[in-house]
Write a protein that binds this ligand. Sequence first.
Ligand code: ZN
Length: 328
Amino acid sequence: MEAENPGGMDVDLMDPEILALVETFGCSTAAYAREHKQAWRRMVSEIFSPPRVTKMIKLMPSLKLLPGFALDLTELDPFDQLPWDFDRADKRDRARALVLTQKPMFLIGSPACAAFSSWQTLNAALGRDRDGLAHRDRVRAEVHLRFCCELYALQVQHGRYLLHEHPTMATSWGLPCIREVLEINGVDLRRSDQCQFGQIDVHGGPVKKPTTFMSNSQCVLDALAKTCSGHGGSCSNGAPHSLCSGDTARRAAIYPAGLCKAILRGIAHQLKSDGYMADGEQGMQDPSIREVVHHLQAEDMYCLNVDDPGGSGARLCAPIGEPAKPVR
Ligand SMILES: [Zn+2]
């Protein structure tokens, strides 16, 4: 029955005890099961990123997470077989609709950062952008960043999580759209050095690449808050840091496996701490599963019973704000 679900998570969550709880909240267990499975299928999604974290999820079934979409220029939109080019308003509309309908529990955003580097800002200040190319890139990058921030706000508004990453020195951290997300209650920043997660150059030398993460998941932020303790240009393991420029910078745009794993462990820890993940036999008895039901209810992820306005006495079921349909 659950061939697509190697973690077996849906099976655990369809436990009779849980379904009984759902009934005590006055809901249709069939609708709960249907909606719940859909919700659990898409736990982590990425935007402005090739499949990195979502790809690794497939390699780590023990985490019991399920990958969602990964949208960027390297991936094709199945709707028209065109790349997810977020310069286009129609692609932004489709991505927004995906976030609204798939409701990823975690949305990871890694918009391009080159236009926000301090040397770009310096060049512009010195009038070195005579052909206006850098200005054009900057305008595009700001459109992408504002779009990301809009999706992040949606995530928080619906009780879900965001994770955003940019270099610590990027000027984007001061932009109004980022400041607005940071003002949302629970959203915080952590600094991290990528050498601590295995970022290396082509010769195997450690690349520090100071990176700042923004999230409303404390567990993810905690998992990522690792800075290098090395001094005088050396990494914590004693090897000299490689300069992060040219080919090394391009290579370092790819997350090292250690960073993907840290993100995933943080996500798994957060979901467990929220009561979402059944922890083996113990999880089946865990009263925190009630929080799952409460949370899903708050999330409109399963149906609330409503009275049939026609007065038929039938049990009707609908996500909040949508017309009610008879329970199957
Ligand atoms: Zn280091």
